[in-house]
Design a protein around this ligand. Structure first.
Ligand code: FES
Length: 131
């Protein structure tokens, strides 16, 4: 079980909830009364885009920088496989750059903007609206 914090979604929707690892972010939001706009629910339209931050992980004891290799891979972060469909939609809507999409694929890490209908929860998250 992990914490998911929704912040900036409006009155009554900013809350901390407990989710299971492997849950779909959109389902967790809906089940807890947090309104995230949707249309396709298939990773194609981009209407469910949200900003996310992984929270609750502690950087290496010495310095945080030591956990990041020269290519930018942060070994402390969760491994997350993002589907090509989601990455393409995020690039098309200008939410992430093509380089960010390529890095996400190469290092199996998620981008700072995700599609809630495609985002499988791997660890504690802070979730904010994408505006
Ligand atoms: S609802 Fe269309 S991409 Fe998520």
């Amino acid at each position: 079980m992990v914490n998911v914090i929704f912040c900036g979604f409006g009155e009554g929707m900013d809350k901390r909830v407990i989710a299971k690892q492997g849950d779909l972010l959109l389902r967790v939001a809906v089940n807890n009364g947090v309104l995230i706009p949707t249309e396709c629910k298939d990773g194609m339209c981009g209407s469910c885009a949200v900003r996310i931050e992984e929270i609750g992980y502690v950087p290496s004891a010495s310095t945080h920088a030591s956990a990041v290799d020269p290519d930018g891979w942060d070994k402390d972060k969760y491994t997350t496989y993002m589907e090509e469909k989601e990455l393409s939609t995020l690039v098309e809507m200008g939410a992430i750059s093509k380089l960010e999409a390529e890095s996400a694929q190469q290092y199996a890490q998620q981008t700072p903007v995700r599609l809630a209908c495609q985002c499988i929860i791997k660890g504690p998250l802070l979730v904010k609206p994408f505006e």
